[in-house]
Design a binder for this molecule. Structure first.
Ligand code: AMP
Ligand code: GLY
Length: 430
C-alpha cells in the first residue's frame, strides 16, 4: 500500500530523511519548509514553502495532500506543537508532542527530570532565574561549569568555563544576554558522542554512535556551530569507545523512555565519555543534523516501515545496518556561524560527487540558482568499509564544491580520530 508522507523541515537532516523515505516505491512524499531545499524538492511530489513553526498551515497542507504520516525534522517545529496539531488532525507524526519535546526544548526541565526519575549520567546542576544568584554560584563553585540558557539556542548558547570562556566572561555573558532561566552544571571532561534511537510505544531501537564536530574551525578551534561534520564506524561504537560505553548510553535512552512512555520519534542522546563513565550532556527530541546524514544512508531497514509500525502500534522492525563507516562534511557560508554570508550563490557540481552522497541543507533554490542562508549549505557523505576510506570518498566528493564555502577538512582524518582515541586512553589512565 502506498503511504503519503509529509516531511517538515528543509535542512541536510531533512534531505537525508527524504532520501530514506523515498527509497521504497511505497511512499509518496510531500515536504514543507521555510527554504526551498532543491534536494528535497527533487524527491518530493510536492514542496510548499511554509514556516516550520506554522502548525495550522502545516496541518492544512497535510490535509490537502492527504498525508497518512508525518516526520518532523527540526526542534523548533516540535516546540511549536506541530506534532500535536498533526496528531490531532489524524496525521500520525513521528516526532514527540511539545510536552515530551521539553526533554530538549527546556534544559531546566531536562535536568530536573533526570534527577527526579533517577536517569543515570546526570551531572551536578543548579537552575537560576535570578542572574545575580547565578553569578554568585559561579564565583562560589569549586571547578569549571557549563552555562546553559534553558531555552533553544541552536546549539550556540552554551559557554563552558575553562574551555571557551573564563568565569568572568561567563558572568558577563549572563548579564548581557537577558535569559529568563539558566542551568549551571558541572563541566564534563572527555569525548563527546551521540546515540540516536527510534522510539514508539515504549520501544527503543538504537542506531550506531556518531561523533559530531561542533567547533567551527579545524583542530576544534573557534565558536560552536550546529555541527560541521560527523563520522560513524562500521561497528555501533566509535573507535575511542568500548561496547560497554555504547551499552551505557543505550541504557540511559531506555531509562528515559521508561519515564516518558508517550514519547515517539527519534530520541537523541548527547553523551560525554568521561573518566567516570558515560554522562549526559543533553537530549534532543529529533535526529541530529548532521548525524542523520550518517545514520540513514546505512540503515537497511525501511524507514517508512519504522514510521508506519510506530503508527499502527506494531513492534518496530529490528533495525539492520550496512556495517559501513560514514564521514559527513558540511560546506558552510563564509563567516559562519558568527557573520554568515547569506544570499551568496552556491555552486555544486552534482555530477562530480563520485560515490559520495550529496545533501542540500539550508539553501534556497530560486529560478536563477541556489543561494546561501545564514546556516549550513550542503554536506557530502562518504560511506565505506573504514572511516579512512569513507573520509577519502567524502573528500573526493567535495571536489564538487564551488567557491564561497568553508569546510572542516580534518573531520574523519586518521590524525583526528587517533587524537580522540589517545584522549580517552589518557582519561582512563592507560
Ligand atoms: P548543548 O546545547 O547542551 O548540546 O551544549 C552544546 C555544547 O556545549 C556541547 O556539545 C558540549 O560541547 C558543551 N557542553 C554542554 N554541557 C557541557 C558540560 N556539562 N560540560 C562540558 N561541556 C558541555
Ligand atoms: N548536531 C547537533 C544537533 O543536531 O543538535
Amino acid at each position: 500500500m502506498t503511504e503519503t508522507a509529509l516531511l517538515v523541515g528543509g535542512g541536510g537532516r531533512e534531505h537525508a530523511i527524504a532520501r530514506a523515505l523515498a527509497a521504497g516505491s511505497d511512499c509518496e512524499l510531500y515536504a514543507c519548509a521555510s527554504n526551498r531545499n532543491p534536494g528535497i524538492a527533487e524527491l518530493a511530489a510536492g514542496f510548499e514553502q511554509l514556516s516550520e513553526t506554522a502548525a495550522a498551515d502545516i496541518v492544512a497542507y497535510a490535509e490537502e495532500v492527504g498525508a497518512d504520516v508525518a516526520v518532523v525534522g527540526p526542534e523548533s517545529a516540535l516546540q511549536a506543537g506541530v506534532a500535536d496539531a498533526l496528531d490531532d488532525a489524524g496525521v500520525y507524526t513521528f516526532g514527540p508532542q511539545a510536552e515530551e519535546a521539553k526533554i530538549e526544548t527546556d534544559k531546566a526541565f531536562q535536568r530536573r527530570f533526570m534527577e527526579e526519575k533517577e536517569i543515570p549520567g546526570c551531572p551536578d546542576f543548579a537552575v537560576f532565574e535570578d542572574i545575580d544568584a547565578a553569578c554568585d554560584y559561579i564565583d562560589d563553585y569549586d571547578g569549571d561549569l557549563a552555562v546553559k540558557p534553558a531555552g533553544l539556542t541552536g546549539g550556540k548558547g552554551v559557554k563552558v568555563t575553562g574551555d571557551q570562556v573564563t568565569k568572568a566572561e561567563a558572568k558577563e555573558y549572563l548579564r548581557d544576554s537577558e535569559y529568563e532561566e539558566v542551568v549551571l552544571e558541572e563541566r564534563l571532561v572527555g569525548e563527546e558522542f551521540t546515540v540516536q534511537a527510534f522510539v514508539a510505544n515504549g520501544e527503543v531501537h538504537p542506531t550506531p554512535a556518531v561523533q559530531d564536530h561542533k567547533r567551527a574551525y579545524e583542530g576544534d578551534e573557534g565558536p560552536n556551530t550546529g555541527g560541521m561534520g560527523s563520522y560513524t564506524d562500521a561497528a555501533p561504537e566509535l573507535p575511542f569507545m568500548t561496547g560497554d560505553d555504547y551499552a551505557a548510553a543505550v541504557e540511559v535512552l531506555e531509562a528515559t523512555i521508561d519515564a516518558l512512555p508517550d514519547y515517539k520519534g527519534v530520541l537523541y542522546g548527547q553523551f560525554m565519555l568521561t573518566a567516570e563513565g558515560v554522562k549526559v550532556i543533553e537530549f534532543n527530541a529529533r535526529f541530529g543534523d548532521p548525524e542523520a546524514m550518517n545514520t540513514l544512508p546505512v540503515l537497511e531497514t525501511s524507514f517508512l516501515d519504522v514510521v508506519t509500525a510506530a503508527r499502527d502500534g506494531d513492534s518496530i522492525p529490528q533495525l539492520e545496518f550496512a556495517g559501513k563507516a560514514t564521514v559527513c562534511k558540511y560546506a558552510v557560508p563564509d563567516g559562519y556561524p558568527t557573520d554568515p554570508d547569506s544570499g551568496a550563490k552556491v555552486t555544486v557540481d552534482e555530477e562530480n560527487v563520485g560515490d559520495a552522497l550529496l545533501f542540500y541543507a539550508s539553501v534556497d533554490a530560486r529560478e536563477d540558482g541556489i543561494y546561501t542562508t545564514t546556516s549550513r549549505s550542503f554536506a557530502v557523505v562518504g560511506v565505506a568499509d573504514t572511516i579512512d576510506a569513507a573520509e577519502k570518498q567524502a573528500e573526493s566528493g567535495l571536489a564538487a564544491a564551488g567557491e564561497g564555502v568553508r569546510i572542516r577538512h580534518d573531520i574523519g582524518k586518521p590524525e583526528l580520530v587517533q587524537k580522540r582515541i589517545d584522549h580517552v586512553a589518557e582519561l582512563r589512565g592507560e
